[in-house]
Design a protein around this ligand. Structure first.
Ligand SMILES: Nc1ncnc2c1ncn2[C@@H]1O[C@H](COP(=O)(O)OP(=O)(O)OP(=O)(O)O)[C@@H](O)[C@H]1O
Ligand SMILES: [Mg+2]
Length: 270
């Protein structure tokens, strides 16, 4: 369904070229949920934005549903993007439009007629249990509700692919569960191929079928959740081991800042 072949994205910065994504290969089967995990700055968002060419890779191929997006004309790409919904890291809602109008906006861009838009927007809001908030403005919605409006907006055009960038980074643990449940339901009921970027292993554990671990622009590990659950996955990299262990280990007996560290009492991590 989605194939990334040797995708590289180089940004030009004041200090010279910076490689944010470095030779990424990824095959994402239709209807599956792919997790992309890694620490801040690893290149996750850039790689996700490479999939709909919101960030055009410097080199490599991005094949979605059999079409290499990098070879499309501007107009062809615009149309192809209607089949790819995106949920952004920070919601990206328009503040002076109601929830329903925010959802309608994506339908408008997709060329859906005005009369049809309201009906489809309400349908999408109903999927995320927000029919009753259709006429509320973003300021009157909680973080989790805003996140669900963003999901409804991404779903309204009935995409075959849903790209989610940290869809639960701004919500509390209970809301995280409900947002992830919606994503799982949508994947199951609508068969949408979903790619979810996160730095939280518990999000990946709850939702993903396959996981790619990113570090410094590269995909350094790949595994199926089934391997993880069966205990047959052995991380090959330190970052993989760290993420899989998924523990916060603090040294509560740490030497006060400024004092000398007694040999043998250094903080142990991992
Ligand atoms: N437009 C840009 N110009 C220059 N550098 C960029 C640009 N966008 C991203 N970068 C750099 O590329 C690297 C990867 O950024 P990216 O946003 O993909 O990371 P991320 O893994 O999503 O991080 P986070 O978890 O913090 O969201 C970072 O070092 C970032 O500073
Ligand atoms: Mg990011």
């Amino acid at each position: 369904m989605i194939t990334l072949r040797d995708v590289t994205t180089v940004f030009s910065t004041p200090t010279g070229p910076y490689t944010a994504v470095d030779g990424a290969h990824l095959e994402i089967p239709a209807g599956s949920i792919q997790g992309i995990i890694g620490f801040s700055g690893a290149g996750k968002s850039t790689l996700l934005r490479n999939i709909n060419l919101l960030e055009r890779p410097t080199s490599g191929q991005v094949v979605v549903g059999g079409t290499d997006l990098t070879e499309l004309s501007v107009e062809e790409l615009r149309r192809a993007r209607h089949g790819i919904g995106m949920v952004f890291q920070n919601f990206n809602l328009v503040n002076n439009l109601t929830a329903a109008k925010n959802v309608e906006l994506s339908l408008k861009f997709a060329g859906v007629a005005g009369t049809e838009r309201r009906r489809r927007a309400l349908e999408a809001l109903a999927i995320v249990d927000l029919a009753d908030k259709a006429d509320s403005y973003p300021a009157a919605l909680s973080g989790g509700q805003k996140q669900r409006v963003a999901i409804a907006r991404a779903l309204a055009t009935e995409p075959a692919v849903l790209l989610c960038d940290e869809p639960t980074s701004a919500v509390d643990p209970r809301t995280t569960t409900s947002v992830l449940q919606y994503l799982a339901d949508i994947n199951r009921d609508l068969g949408i191929t979903t790619v979810i970027v996160t730095h939280e292993m518990n999000v990946v554990r709850a939702l993903a079928d396959h996981v790619a671990v990113m570090e410094a622009g590269r995909i350094v590990e790949r595994f199926a959740l089934a391997e993880l659950e069966a205990g047959t996955f052995t991380p090959a990299t330190a970052i993989g081991a760290h993420l899989v262990a998924d523990e916060i280990v603090l040294d509560r007996r740490r030497t006060p800042v400024g004092a000398g560290v007694t040999p043998g009492e250094e903080a142990h991590h991992g």
